[in-house]
Design a binder for this molecule. Structure first.
Ligand code: KPL
Length: 323
């Protein structure tokens, strides 16, 4: 299925656009399927594991959507040298793999390529900027949810919105990237304040992910247990205060309400951290609550709840590994 150097956009007549998605996890596969269904988009998944890439290349990406299950024949490779320059690269690896992802995708990044991170955690766009042309790096969030069922196979939990922007003020690139994603039917908004956007997503991840991982509850169940709902709210307020110390402009953002809205919208989801724990994978806690603890230290603020949650999830991860 996979044809090296065969992106349709190589043809001068073609108005198709090429997208490389880095990381075949739950969100990478979901977006590869959503974008790969579109006839005007050439989508390739880039993995770092050759045997997994081969398997996805053979079987395609399988999406279990609420209405039906369908397969999208998305090419997948572990060798970016085989690919042509892309119009858009979307980074969906785990946050601790961002530097490796930047190096891995460098061969498909040309002078006009947008490189968009939609990962969880803080620090991703800065790492990409250190390794790739900084003005071509965009950052954003997605509120879609997905669960990885097996290699290349995901359950779509709900399609949300992508919000993105350019940390360097490259509005033209942010606009054209938003248009490309919208052309695939995705809901996309632009923001001028990428840091406020990433902190607001991180606040939600801080409040939901460790608590669901520790208690093994689904996102919606956090609201049903009064003590957990209150604790999630307290974590959200703590991250809000640390963000204020950092200089984040929260505008009208209401931390408790935002967390509760996401719990409701993704009620049936297992958070990505719970999925990691259940699969015995390393979690992103160090870059979620752990990043808040570090920011608090730098800005003389307090983050005892984030510190406690980070330690508990690290302990849990360690214990799971020994089992
Ligand atoms: O981003 C998420 C995650 O699980 O990492 C939330 C928003 C909590 C949805 O599950």
């Amino acid at each position: 299925m996979y044809q090296p150097k065969m992106n349709r956009s190589d043809s001068p007549q073609s108005d198709s656009r090429s997208v490389v998605i880095v990381g075949p996890g739950a969100m990478g596969c979901l977006h590869a399927g959503l974008l790969g269904r579109m006839p005007h988009l050439d989508v390739v998944l880039l993995d770092y594991r050759a045997n997994r890439a081969e398997l996805i290349n053979e079987q395609g990406v399988i999406i279990e959507a609420p209405a039906d299950t369908y397969t999208v024949p998305v090419p997948c490779t572990a060798n970016a040298q085989e690919l042509s320059t892309a119009d858009l690269v979307i980074i969906f690896t785990k946050v601790y793999d961002t530097a490796a992802a930047a190096e891995h995708c460098a061969p498909v990044v040309g002078p006009a390529t947008a490189v968009l991170t939609l990962q969880n955690g803080l620090g991703n766009y800065q790492i990409l900027q250190q390794n790739l042309p900084a003005e071509q790096v965009l950052a954003g969030t997605t509120s879609s949810g997905a669960t990885l069922l097996s290699v290349g196979q995901v359950r779509q939990a709900g399609l949300g919105q992508i919000v993105l922007g350019s940390p360097t003020g490259n509005k033209a690139l942010a606009d054209s990237t938003a248009e490309l994603l919208k052309s695939a039917g995705l809901e996309v908004e632009l923001t001028a304040d990428v840091d406020a956007l990433l902190w607001s997503k991180m606040l939600i991840n801080c409040a939901i992910n460790p608590l669901t991982a520790l208690t093994r509850q689904r996102n919606g169940e956090l609201l049903e247990i009064a003590a957990l709902r209150d604790l999630a709210g307290q974590v959200a307020e703590e991250v809000y205060r640390v963000g204020q110390a950092v200089g984040i402009d929260w505008g009208e953002f209401d931390p408790r309400r935002a967390v509760e809205e996401v719990c409701r919208a993704t009620a049936a989801n297992q958070s990505s951290m719970l999925q990691d724990i259940l699969a015995g994978r390393r979690t992103e806690v160090e870059y979620i609550t752990g990043a808040v603890v570090q920011a608090a230290e730098r800005h003389r603020a307090a983050a005892p709840l984030c510190q406690c949650l980070t330690a508990l999830v690290e302990g849990l991860t360690d214990a799971e590994r020994k089992e």
